[in-house]
Design a protein around this ligand. Sequence first.
Ligand code: CMP
Length: 137
Amino acid sequence: MEKTLVLIKPGGVSRNLIGEITKRLENRNLSVAAMKLMNAERSTVEKHYAEHASRPFFGEVCDYLTSGPIVAMVISGANAVKAVRSTMGATNPVEAAPGTVRGDFALTIDDNLVHSSADADAAKAEIELWFSEGTVK
Ligand code: CMP
């Protein structure tokens, strides 16, 4: 059993896709272990994207993540890290296969609806960052 972090970004929340995205994860037999609708602190977002700090899009991606409410959730299940990433599709929506969240609902990389942890180490660090209070399940 693995756990991973998912963020539904401001575009996903404003387009009322919380249910659709969560349904796709639950349909795959992944479980919601923790979930909160929140306005993210800039300092949390900067820590979250620290590996991208030198990239030209760092400022924009931090602006975007703090531009409106997001959903942070912990998803658990067998092979959760890889299963969630394949459910979401490629980071760039124009490369995401139809049937994936990004392939079905997104068009541009700056508004790619969701974030999910890249690997088990990132998942552990990101869950600790976003759910310092601990998870429910
Ligand atoms: P995410 O999985 O949240 O991780 C970093 C985010 O930066 C990425 O999704 C994109 O939304 C955003 N981003 C914007 N421009 C780029 C880019 N050129 N390459 C990678 N990520 C980008």
